[in-house]
Design a protein around this ligand. Structure first.
Ligand code: SF4
Length: 173
């Protein structure tokens, strides 16, 4: 389905404290028909029908697969961008190749509620995560923009509990 793709790696200029990079993966062919199979295989947390896209939360990153591009956030560097992009392209191709054995799905999986996440955060609004409040941080956790490791005030045991709560699917990249 995807034979060639190009990466465009972007570092946000709006916040100099923000160390992660974004990556856009472009390809020439339209993969719209593969999205329901990919969603069935990987359990996307948000499926949009028009224009079609499916979003996955993977190791604290948000990966959105559109019909002719993929966007990935919260990447450490170029090396990680290449690794995650190549994994997702492989998953798309495999889902398409194996489509006869897959029941396609356009369903979004359940999302965790903000109060569930907030219950595990310190709620001191100390701003060490670069967010103004723990509530803002909780929303970013739910949406996969940040991970539990971005709160330096969180003890290891609560980090683990949050990781379990946030990732219902384990991805092996
Ligand atoms: S660093 Fe942790 S405790 Fe401090 S505001 Fe951010 S989420 Fe809340």
């Amino acid at each position: 389905m995807i034979t060639n793709y190009e990466l465009n790696i972007v570092r946000p200029e709006c916040n100099h404290n923000f160390t992660s990079v974004f990556c856009y993966v472009y390809f020439n062919n339209n993969i719209k028909d593969a999205l329901p199979y990919l969603n069935a295989n990987l359990g996307g947390f948000k499926y949009i029908l028009d224009p079609p896209s499916v979003t996955f939360k993977v190791h604290g990153k948000l990966i959105t697969v559109h019909q002719s591009q993929i966007s990935i956030n919260a990447l450490k560097d170029k090396e990680e961008a290449e690794k995650v992009a190549s994994w997702m392209v492989r998953e798309i191709n495999e889902a398409w190749e194996n489509r006869k054995e897959i029941v396609p799905s356009t369903k979004s999986s359940e999302t965790v509620s903000i109060p569930q996440i907030l219950a595990l955060l310190p709620k001191t609004n100390c701003k060490k995560c670069s967010d103004q409040t723990c509530m803002v941080f909780a929303v970013k956790l739910r949406d996969g923009i940040k991970g539990p490791e971005n709160c330096p005030e969180l003890p290891a045991e609560k980090q683990d509990r949050l990781k379990k709560l946030l990732s219902t699917v384990q991805y092996d990249i």
